[in-house]
Design a protein around this ligand. Structure first.
Ligand code: HEM
Length: 88
C-alpha cells in the first residue's frame, strides 16, 4: 500500500518526505500510515497501542543515550514542533 503507483510518484524510491505536504501537494489525500501498518476493520492489530508506546519509548531511549547532532557544517533546526504521530 505504501508503494501504490496510483498514489505515489516513483513509489519504489526511498523518499520518506513524500508524506510531508511541503514536498507533496497531494499529501492530504495519502492513506493514513497508521492504517497501512496496523491493518483495518475487524482484523486490525489489537497490539497497536502497545506497539506505538514501545516505539515512542524506544525513540526516547535513543535520544537519552546519544547526542543527535546535525552533520558537520549544518545547523540545528530552530523549531521542534511536537506531533504525536507515526509519520507526518
Ligand atoms: C510495530 C508492531 C506491530 C505491527 C506493525 C503489527 C501489525 C499487525 C498487522 C498488520 C496485523 C494484521 C491485521 C489484519 O489482519 O488485517 C496484526 C494483527 C495482530 N497483532 Fe499486531 N502488530 C504489531 C504489534 C503487535 C503487538 C505488540 C501485539 C500484542 C501485544 C500484537 C498483536 C496482534 C494480534 C493478536 C493480531 C491478530 C488480530 C486478529 O487477527 O484478530 N501486534 N498486527
Amino acid at each position: 500500500m505504501g508503494r501504490d503507483p496510483r498514489v505515489f510518484t516513483n513509489p519504489d524510491s526511498y523518499t520518506p518526505e513524500r508524506w510531508l505536504p511541503e514536498h507533496n501537494p497531494g499529501a492530504s489525500n495519502l492513506p493514513d500510515v497508521y492504517d497501512i501498518v496496523f491493518g483495518f476493520g475487524r482484523r486490525i492489530c489489537p497490539g497497536r497501542f502497545l506497539a506505538d508506546r514501545i516505539g515512542f519509548t524506544f525513540a526516547v531511549a535513543v535520544l537519552k543515550t546519544y547526542d543527535i547532532l546535525p552533520l558537520e557544517g549544518e545547523e540545528l533546526p530552530r523549531e521542534f514542533p511536537y506531533q504525536d504521530a507515526i509519520a507526518r
